[in-house]
Design a protein around this ligand. Structure first.
Ligand code: AHM
Ligand code: MG
Length: 343
């Protein structure tokens, strides 16, 4: 007899796929290269996510909400949770013994750990933290490179094109914690079961819909946009005869906007400033991981003229403009940029 045969127990799952089980199975597929190092790294990553999720859940109770009284490496005001999230992340990566180089949005320089770690991790420990006081979902964004052969851990190990990342993902801290992960073989979503303390595979093989009439952008910045960007967003609001305008959805927390985009489809953008050519979002630890996920889910990510994953950062905190989302929506952006070329 099994649980399924017992009245009232039919819906109890007894064979669930945890993140660790999932990674072990994945690793089995590449048995010849597998050393177990990546599984251990992922274990440390998920510990950091659980710890950060725990702190966010109890934030209001223990006075963690509010400003810490300092600015971070990129000049933003730091929240207390930014500081805690950063420390949790650094300590977890150090303790894993598998990481040689760490880049955090909150740290001006790279951190090089002792030991013979073979991975480089780039991260924004708590993205969207300006939303924290309002109880809006925030998240951790991360990307993983392999250390270059023979390297002792330098900045060159992370100043590489996004397409060389071996894994990327984010964890969104909201009603529950949702981890969305790619190791270059599709995208899978896991939900933290707080009672079990495990991330459970709840969204296997995520695919972004090919198109959807939703756009997500801070339109308050329109005066800074270039002509193709303005033309594109205008075209969504003023459709041709017989067409329907798009819906606007903007949370202002990249992880949450990305999560909706991957699930429902549509386009998310933080366009570049037409004068400086810089965006707000950081190339290495915000744009690259999201671009890798979106491509692995069947979508596109571009600046309008260049594939995000082909770009090479010249400094660890470089910023870029970005459009990402459903293939057919992002294609419209590419077409408009093409049309403007040489004008
Ligand atoms: P942060 O890393 O300082 O939190 O800033 C990044 C956030 C993203 O989550 C979000 O997409 C964007 O900033 C929102 O910016 P804005 O308030 O200018 O619309
Ligand atoms: Mg950020």
């Amino acid at each position: 007899m099994t649980a399924a045969d017992i009245d009232g127990l039919e819906n109890i799952q007894t064979d669930i796929v945890t993140l660790t089980r999932f990674i072990l199975t994945e690793q089995g597929r590449y048995a010849t290269q597998a050393t177990g190092d990546f599984t251990l790294l992922l274990n440390s990553l998920q510990f950091a996510f659980k710890f950060i999720a725990h702190n966010i859940r109890r934030a209001t109770l223990v006075n963690l909400i509010g400003l810490a009284g300092a600015s971070n490496a990129t000049g933003d005001d730091q929240k207390k949770l930014d500081v805690i999230g950063d420390e949790i992340f650094i300590n977890a990566m150090k303790a894993s013994g598998k990481v040689k180089v760490l880049v955090s949005e909150e740290q001006e320089e790279i951190i090089v750990f002792e030991g013979d770690g073979k991975y480089c991790v780039v991260c924004d420990p708590i993205d969207g933290s300006s939303n924290l006081d309002a109880g809006v979902s925030v998240g951790t964004i991360f990307g993983v490179y392999k250390l270059q052969p023979g390297s002792t851990g330098t900045v060159e190990d992370v100043l590489r094109p996004g397409k060389e990342m071996v894994a990327a993902g984010y964890t969104m801290y909201g009603a529950s914690a949702n981890l969305v992960l790619t190791t270059g073989n599709g995208v899978n979503g896991f939900t933290l079961d707080t009672a079990l303390g495990e991330f459970i595979l709840t969204h296997p093989n995520m695919k972004i819909p090919k198109s959807r009439s939703i756009y997500s952008v801070n339109e308050g910045n329109m005066c800074y946009w270039d002509a193709p960007t303005r033309e594109y967003f205008e075209s969504l609001k003023f459709p041709k005869e017989g067409g329907k305008p798009y819906s606007a959805r903007y949370i202002g927390s990249m992880v949450a906007d990305m999560h909706r985009t991957i699930l429902y489809g549509g386009i998310f953008s933080y366009p570049a400033d037409s004068k400086s050519k810089n965006g707000k979002l950081r190339l290495l630890y915000e744009c690259f991981p999201m671009a890798m996920l979106i491509e692995q889910a069947g979508g596109l990510a571009t600046t309008g003229t260049e594939r995000i994953l082909d770009m090479v950062p010249s400094k660890i905190h470089d910023r870029s403009g970005i459009f990402l989302g459903s293939e057919l929506e992002v294609q419209k952006v590419l077409d408009i940029y093409k049309k403007h070329e040489g004008k």
